[in-house]
Write a protein that binds this ligand. Sequence first.
Ligand code: NAD
Length: 260
Amino acid sequence: MEPFAGRVSIVTGAGSGIGREIAAALARAGSRVVLTDLSRDAAHTEADRLTAEGCSVIPRRCDVTLEADVRECVECALTEFGQLDISVHSAGVQFVAPIEDFPTDVFDRMLRIMVTGPFLGMKHAIPAMRARGYGRILSLASVNGLVGFAGKAAYNSAKHGVIGLTKVAALELARAGITVNALCPGYVDTPLVRGQLADLARTRGLSEDQVLEEVILSLVPQHRLLSTQEVADYALFLLSDRAAGVTGQAVVLDGGYTAQ
Ligand SMILES: NC(=O)c1ccc[n+]([C@@H]2O[C@H](COP(=O)([O-])OP(=O)(O)OC[C@H]3O[C@@H](n4cnc5c(N)ncnc54)[C@H](O)[C@@H]3O)[C@@H](O)[C@H]2O)c1
């Protein structure tokens, strides 16, 4: 059974963490995938791994803040695979500091990666999807797109922003056979979260183990980090034909974080 056979996908930030898992899940489910990341090495390593399994994957270095890079990835999908059905925006970064100490250039860069990046992905994917009357667009937002978190001015602004972008795109595309959603995970065990522990430890004067227990897991009723696999499982449902009626939504997967 290959439920995504005949589909063509682009995944950004697919060299690590959640994007890596979603790209692999799509490829193993039969989609042809343009696997992109800021790191050329990471994109090629992942593509080689999946190609060795018999998947059809093309690696591309893509900085999602650069329109020329994003356009080139869409052209690659159309030239090499003939169509584009699925666009997943997972590229993201984290930086933690109080607003008065937050470097303005870092703030600007984070918004470009996590809001302008998905905007550019949509802008260049939509014409190809409209032409076929079918599309699935999924951006990685976060529970930090729904509630605040002290120290994450840029991340929270970006994740709230991408949910707004998602709603607008869903309305614009509602009759075009294209769904647009934002997935809002809680804490997932990836390099992005592990890197955050050091930042939070510094700003709060705690050890990294204390940050994990007292700052992060204490907020999660299930008291655990999510796995990338369970995020990919949920993403694949939203990217499937079966989720045709789900659009414009901030879909939450958070171990109970936002239920409190
Ligand atoms: N890990 C979590 O707990 C969590 C929770 C909610 C949402 N998210 C979101 O999920 C997405 C993936 O996060 P992750 O935890 O897998 O992170 P990760 O650090 O494991 O992977 C992020 C990837 O994005 C790439 N990237 C960074 N800047 C880029 C750019 N300008 N252009 C292209 N690629 C770029 C990196 O090279 C990296 O491979 C992010 O948008 C993140 O905000 C993560």
